[in-house]
Design a protein around this ligand. Structure first.
Ligand code: GCB
Length: 648
């Protein structure tokens, strides 16, 4: 194989990446990996989705469940229970407004038979309980014994429950999960409880939860809960980084094994047709792929989202037992790089023409729902969107799997939204933010669709402590993953933003003619132009317009346009687009509409049953803005492809 001069240099870079990957796996503070549960020759899964027993602890202290130890026996024995679907938010399932707006501990329980072949003491299996996400604080018990606790929604957690299920194989296994949606100044997102002590106005003990973010604080078991097995010695984590030189692809891998001190590891990379294209042995190494099919974004190539499969095979001996484990990870071979004015994927300029989303829908709230997921990807493809930001928290792994396969590019955002209070910039908050970034990187590090991490949305970045705070979070994220750029999304003044010096790409939100100069469409172009010039002159970094838009109550019309009508949103979009078209020739590298679809918020005077800035309604029907964007995105896609063809 001939790689050539430039290629040799790139191979040097590849070894550097292996080194970083090793460093990366060694500097993680979290215990173990968090590989997505998958069936294989050596692994089985049992999904626990469906109807669970449920009770909200309406007691004054919200603490009765712990005082009465509800986890020690069936929930139905300690009081009344209702049916609750999992996955789903609990808020919109019943007709009870107290449950919709509930703050405190809710209790879920499910009894499950664990197959005998898992529970036999000599089965050689581990049994793991996995929760895809639960908002916000969670504690899980199995047969009354606490097995784990986790802080933070949107990211998975798990517990090895082998001993518990093997010690009682003749009984069904009782899984109890308590979830508390109370936010504090040190949670992500932050929030605070306000007690109303004036008894002439409020009932005794009355409190509300205040937040600084614009979406409903849905809670519950939001993503699948499942049991899965691995052999006792098993593949705990895999880290893959990729590169290419000319037509040769490079896949660097690091595998970590648990349960054995001298395992043997082999890896085989297969193409889409299932033919093995490279093999290696050992826990870390480099694979070369001749005539590589790169992973390309949707609409940038006729074959986007090309995925190889890396099958990792481990064998290990422990005493007289022999263990074997298989795990397959999809691999998209691609590079990401940022210059002073471009965002490069596979060395070609990439322009983000996409959306911001929410995990949000009628009835389910933030619960994972396959029909909704597939519908949304159909709409994204119809729209010609090549990207989205996971505003304002990590989305389900199931969604990111689709992005990897379809070539939809992702800015992966952590739940750092609404960090406004100065007390949320102290050490306690920072320590938690670092853990969350580590959990996020650990979960999504191998995904080709993820091209950038976003550590926050619209924090109060002008405060003095924001400097140290963002320097720490961004530096840490870069050390966890040296292969991807890092950003956060700002709405601060360009001159006073203390976090901006540390980001690789400037992401700016603005709502000209909406929150500023409402009703004055004529000021958009001049203000947007000034915004871009200010940021670019100061930082010389590529800029993404990470939010812009206007609320529309579907079906409201007015000409001349008035706020909240379809015509008004249309003109806002067109005025923004005129400026994007000038600036994308210079340093603007993307535009993400706020928002893909209408979504639920807390009730207040500026929201009409939720935020209506969607270009689709909450039920995913298009507003006029969707057609404006569709025309534009398909045109932009053609241009990006033409431009890519011109690039070496
Ligand atoms: C923003 C926020 C987003 C809101 C949006 C709005 O700047 O980042 O969470 O929903 O504005 O519509 O107000």
């Amino acid at each position: 194989m001939y790689v050539g001069m430039q290629g040799d240099r790139k191979m040097g870079r590849a070894w550097k990446i292996i080194f970083f990957s090793l460093l990366w796996s060694s500097c993680l503070a979290l215990e173990g990996g968090m590989l997505t549960p998958k069936e294989s020759r050596s692994r089985e899964i049992k999904e626990l989705n469906g109807v669970w027993m449920f009770r909200a602890d309406f007691s004054k202290t919200r603490n009765t469940g712990f005082e009465q130890r509800w986890f020690t026996k069936s929930l139905s024995e300690s009081g009344p229970v209702i049916d609750m679907p999992v996955p789903a938010s609990f808020n919109d399932i019943t007709q009870d407004p107290r449950l919709r707006d509930f703050i405190g501990w809710v209790w879920y329980e499910k009894e499950v038979w664990v197959p005998q072949r898992w529970t036999a003491v000599d089965s050689g299996q581990r049994v793991v309980l996995r929760v895809g996400s639960a908002h916000y604080n969670s504690i899980a018990w199995v047969n009354g014994a606490q097995v784990t606790q986790h802080e933070g929604g949107h990211l998975p957690f798990e517990a090895d429950i082998t001993r518990l299920v093997q010690s009682n194989p003749s009984q069904p296994c009782r899984i109890t999960i308590a979830v508390n949606n109370t936010l504090s100044l040190h949670t992500l997102p932050p929030g605070s409880i306000q007690y109303m002590s004036d008894e002439t106005k409020y009932p005794a003990g009355y409190f509300v939860q205040n937040t600084n973010f614009d979406f409903f604080n849905y809670a519950g078991l939001h993503r699948p809960v499942l049991l899965y097995t691995t052999p006792k010695a098993y593949i705990d984590d895999i880290t893959v980084t990729t590169d290419f030189a000319d037509s040769t692809g490079v896949v660097n891998y690091v595998v970590s094994i648990k349960g054995s001190s001298n395992p043997s590891v082999t890896v085989a990379l297969s193409d889409k047709e299932g033919s093995v294209v490279a093999t290696a042995s050992g826990p870390a190494g480099m694979l070369k792929v001749v005539d590589v099919n790169l992973w390309w974004p949707y609409l940038m190539h006729e074959n986007p989202g090309y995925l190889y499969s890396l099958e990792v095979h481990m064998t290990a001996k422990s005493g007289s037992s022999q263990y074997e484990d298989y795990y397959t990870v999809p691999v998209g071979i691609r590079t990401v790089r940022v210059t002073s004015h471009q965002f490069l994927i596979n060395s070609k300029p990439f322009y983000f023409h996409g959306v911001n989303k929410h995990e949000d829908s009628d009835i389910r709230g933030k619960g994972l729902d396959w029909p909704l997921i597939v519908k949304d990807f159909n709409l994204l493809q119809w729209l010609g969107a090549n990207s989205f930001r996971t505003s304002h928290y990590p989305y389900a792994e199931e969604i990111l799997d689709m992005c990897d396969r379809l070539g939809i590019v992702v800015i992966d955002e952590c739940p750092g939204v609404g960090i406004k209070d100065i007390r949320s910039f102290g050490n306690e908050s920072l320590a938690h933010h670092l853990i969350v970034m580590e959990e996020l990187v650990r979960r999504d590090k191998n995904r080709p669709s993820v091209v950038m991490w976003s550590v926050a949305n619209e924090p109060n970045a002008e405060l003095a402590p924001a400097d140290y705070y963002f320097k720490s979070v961004i530096t840490r994220t870069k050390s966890l993953d040296p292969t991807r750029p890092v950003t956060f999304v700002s709405n601060s003044n360009f001159n006073r933003d203390k976090g901006a010096p540390y980001v690789d790409v400037i992401c700016v939100n603005s709502y000209f003619s909406w929150y500023h100069d409402p009703g004055h469409l004529e000021v958009i172009q001049i203000q947007l132009n000034t915004q871009f010039e200010d940021w670019y002159k100061k930082y010389q970094k590529p800029i993404i317009q990470s939010e812009y838009g206007a609320d529309v109550v579907p079906g409201l019309h007015s000409d001349p346009p008035m706020m909240f009508t379809e015509e008004y949103q249309k003109i806002v979009l067109q005025e923004y687009h005129a400026v994007f078209d000038r600036k994308r020739k210079e340093y603007v590298v993307g535009e993400l509409i706020w928002n893909f679809a209408d979504f639920m918020t807390a009730q207040n005077t500026i929201r009409v049953v939720g935020n209506k800035k969607g270009i689709f309604s909450r039920q995913r029907q298009p507003k006029t803005g969707a057609f404006i964007l569709r025309d534009r995105y398909w045109k932009l896609a053609n241009e990006t492809r033409r431009l890519a063809a011109r690039y070496p």
